[in-house]
Design a protein around this ligand. Structure first.
Ligand code: GLA
Length: 401
């Protein structure tokens, strides 16, 4: 049985790989995230509600050595140690394929160097996590944020600069993400994120008797190879066409005002191809749902929040056409179960997870109901997990180790 605590596991595996003299001096850790409301809104310049969760990627850093490389062990994924040169990688980009942890480290080093941040001259890192990869809770954003704080020395970057460097690192790996995942990981708790300014405000919502759970469809997808890049392009094209028609044209799709939307609806046959009209309608209605969601959180009206989540998921599936039939089956099954307040697809789409808001006391029954209905026989229970909100990324001396 592998050791469950990721910090302990990173320590044991690090000593195994680097030898008993390996002594981590720093612990850098960063959480995964939930996207509560605001699907595909970050890169459209609108508001998103997201949360850091109690699952983290931990990087233990031993900054000793003089060979000018950062050696990375990410034993959850790959038993090999990868030594990466720190200096010549400033222009690095992944040519093709899915990024491995060592690629994310190359991306991080390149993103930091291009910002004039000095990398630790040499280091040996052991990374482990309990952010389930492929679960759709942004294990890659957590990894990248943890790596920035691990190898960036006293980088002096603000939270927003860390977010932008993390996005840059993912882009260099061919992952065309927005900045919501990284913002949630950096900030902690729940954030009201603003895609127009790439800034966020931290909220401390009281969930009372409710909780969020994630149900993994098992359909794997990656941002790079899914329709995600196509949706980004479609949004840009819809915006370009609308800017030609509207007086006071918005700078982003999320910037469309209510009276402008009324005009777009009245003229949409002439102004936009049907597909682009649907993409724009998702963005317009989703921005309203996020604003309503922020108000619902403020008055602790979680049943209303659940209804907004369900409506969000329908819009993502029908107008943005970014969901997957398996995820929609899970959502539909969840919505029939007692104690479920709302359910929706979450994240990039075309697979990955469903997010469910539920009465915490009924979680076991809801999980059993889902496993008995929407999943194949003998599906392990951990495909459906409760996620509580957690703190944001941190880096501190490894005093206990
Ligand atoms: C992924 C991306 C985010 C965001 C979501 C969809 O998680 O990394 O930037 O666009 O998809 O809302």
């Amino acid at each position: 049985m592998p050791v469950a605590d990721p910090r302990q596991r990173a320590l044991i595996e690090g000593q195994e790989a680097f030898g008993p003299e390996w002594r981590p001096a720093l612990v850098s850790q960063a959480p995964g995230r939930l996207e509560l409301l605001g699907n595909h809104i970050d890169y459209n310049g609108g508001p998103v509600l997201a949360a850091a969760i109690d699952r983290v990627v931990v990087a233990l850093v031993d900054p000793s050595g003089e060979d000018g490389t950062v050696s990375l062990l990410a034993s959850d994924i790959d038993p090999a140690v990868h030594a990466i040169e720190t200096q010549p990688t400033g222009d690095w980009r992944l040519d093709s394929g899915e990024p491995a942890p060592a690629d994310y480290l190359r991306g991080v080093i390149a993103a930091l160097l291009s910002r004039g941040v000095s990398i630790v001259p040499s280091a040996r890192l052991s990374v482990a996590g309990n952010v389930p990869p492929g679960f759709g809770v942004s294990s890659s954003a957590a990894l990248v944020v943890a790596l920035i704080n691990a190898v960036g020395g006293d980088h002096g970057l603000t939270q927003r600069e860390i977010v932008l460097a993390a996005q840059d690192a993912e882009h260099r790996c061919g992952v065309p993400s927005g900045t919501m995942d990284q913002s949630a990981s950096v900030a902690g708790d729940v954030i009201a994120y603003d895609g127009a300014t790439t800034t966020f405000t931290i909220l401390h919502p009281d969930l009372g008797p409710y909780a969020f759970a994630v149900a993994d469809s098992g359909v794997s997808r990656s941002l790079a190879s899914s329709s995600y890049p196509e949706r980004v392009k479609e949004s840009q094209e819809a915006l370009r066409l609308l800017q030609q028609r509207l007086t006071d044209p918005p700078a982003t799709l999320a910037g469309i005002m209510d009276d402008q939307w009324a005009q777009i609806e009245a003229h949409h046959d002439a102004w936009l191809p049907e597909t682009l009209f649907k993409r724009a309608r998702h963005v317009y209605t989703e921005c309203r749902r996020v604003r309503d969601g922020i108000a619902a959180i403020a008055r602790r009206d979680w049943p209303a929040f659940g209804r907004l989540m369900t409506a969000s998921g329908r819009s993502s599936a029908q107008d943005y056409e970014i969901s997957h039939p398996r995820v929609e089956e899970i959502v539909a099954a969840a919505l029939t179960l007692d104690g479920v307040l709302g359910a929706r697809m979450m994240g990039g789409g075309e697979g990955g997870p469903a997010l469910i808001l539920l009465e915490r006391a009924k979680f076991d029954a809801i999980r059993a109901g889902l496993l008995g209905g929407a999943f194949p026989p003998n599906t392990p229970e951990d495909r459906i997990q409760l996620c509580t909100f957690g703190p944001g990324a941190s880096v501190q001396p490894a005093t206990d180790d």
